[in-house]
Design a protein around this ligand. Sequence first.
Ligand code: ADP
Length: 159
Amino acid sequence: MPKIAIYPGSFDPITNGHLDIIKRTQGLFDKVIVAVNNNPLKTFLFTAGERVEMIKELFSVSKGIEVESFQGLLVQYAKEKGVRFVIRGLRALSDFEYEFQMDLMNRKLNPDIQTIYLMTDQRYSYLSSGIIKEIVKLGGNAEGLIPDLVKEKLLEKFT
Ligand code: ADP
């Protein structure tokens, strides 16, 4: 049985912090599905299609990475895919509070699904998609924090 995990998130847009988490899952799993959340109640800068395309382009030569969008409950989506493992990244204590709540709720909804947490790399501990949008919008330097492709797409949105 291949070991498959889902890495869910908004990825609006994907940052080097997310990429670092994905890279670190390589070798742990045979396949990782990067699942782009398309919750209609949330407002995103990039459409789900745009977010999926960006990530696909970044991983075009990588094996074992699949990218798709999903709506609704993560546990439901994981069940439909037949996947038992979920990956999440942890940056600060604030992430922990939220993730702890989500994990307890997800386990109540589906006890078969296990979430695995990877600590952020120190370089990305203060990095979020939200702060990146602000920096680029205001003309700041996001060097080393996002791939060039993401920078280009952000500049297109803001000009
Ligand atoms: P969500 O809205 O689902 O939290 P995000 O795209 O913000 O979506 O994040 C997806 C996952 O990646 C979350 O587990 C988040 O904690 C993690 N993550 C976000 N930024 C970083 C980072 N800089 N380092 C490590 N993990 C991160």
